[in-house]
Ligand binder design. Sequence first.
Ligand code: ADP
Length: 461
Amino acid sequence: RSTAVYLTPLVTKLHKDCATPLPVLRHVADAMAADMRAGLAAEGGSDLKMILSYVDSLPTGSEKGLFYALDLGGTNFRVLRVQLGGKEERVIATEFDQVSIPKDLMFGTSEELFDFIASGLAKFAQKEGNKFHLPVGTKREIGFTFSFPVKQTSVDSGILIKWTKGFSVSGTAGRDVVACLMEAMERLGLDMRVSALVNDTVGTLAGARYWDDAVMVAVILGTGTNACYVERVDAIPKLQDHVSSSGTTIISTEWGAFSNGLPLTEFDRDMDAASINPGEQIFEKTIAGMYLGEIVRRVLLKMAEEDALFGESIPEKLATPFALGTPDLCAMQQDTSNDLQDVGSILYKAAGVESNLSARKIVVEVCDTIVKRGGRLAGAGIVGILQKMEEDSKGLIFGKKTVVAMDGGLYENYPQYRRYLREAVTELLGDDIAKNVVIEHSKDGSGIGAALLAAANSKYR
Ligand code: ADP
């Protein structure tokens, strides 16, 4: 097919506003590194909170025994067990289960919610198959992945700051979520202990590190985004009287809040203003899955209004926030047919618009522009983290193989996004250094990662 797109003034302006040439990428990487330093220097010193995970011991591969993981991050919770056999046998067996959380418990009391979770865990623990063996003299230990804002107080405790993602449970905010879970387990007579409380990024890092010592960074690109990495304790000025036998600890950057020097458009500003957290999470709103579709919808709405892109009338759907999802953009970008038939039917289904071929071409161009900006900025952010680490330990990052573990539905499913991300990393680092930086998809590593962290932080070591 002819790929020529008639560049309307609006498309040309969008290209210009979203452009991420090398100097812009370089600025973003440098600013990310500088913001990381500022956040490590003092609490509240930067857009980046640089949260201490208190995880100083990462899995090495030699862990042995039976460990559990419990993952609560949305409307489902997942439980998993793993039998670890050490360096030779590695993962001998795993089993998992998923339970959806009844809607009314999302609006109930803390006790009701944790009783439900503990009873799901108890049911799962009762069905332990014969491949699983608990070493004598030990308890079943759990790694708890809890993906809500927590003020971590040690590797196995943390205070809930507030519920998010539609949860409105009374009595948990301000309390240690591990204590809440332990109390519920006690009420049931379930004798297990929580050895690690982590977020999903830290779980992903641990899950990938178990297989490969070169893993230094983990990034989630899903509905939202975050990144964590291995930091030297002596490079964290705000850290007081923390002793780490490894000399390193994991820092959760909370990089979604980054905002320095991003190429933003009127569409980004309008979306931000209409969001539940205006002025916050600007990097996340530019690169993460929840928002890419919505940015494109806003662009298309303006093109419909000003250029009659889809004819004279404007369907209500196109004017409805979040009508277009990032999976829709992805599906449209995979259409290689001459008449862009899939693009047409997706536009009709999601946005209620009829489109001719030239309109469809423009739509694909808009998707590509927004996704290219997102992927390239995510790549620049990753380079910023690596650059910061390299500055503190010359040659230990760029001079040898370094792995960045990636997870999340956006990275996993969107090939163009992945490609743009990788291209930006290579442009910034140059071919020689970029060869040492391996970006690896670590699918659902965070579940098993939490169990591995329970093992690495076991009380029975
Ligand atoms: P979450 O981040 O919500 O925990 P995931 O990591 O599975 O969960 O990410 C889900 C997100 O990934 C969706 O919100 C969507 O933005 C993005 N996504 C899912 N499927 C696709 C797809 N086919 N193409 C592009 N993006 C996708």
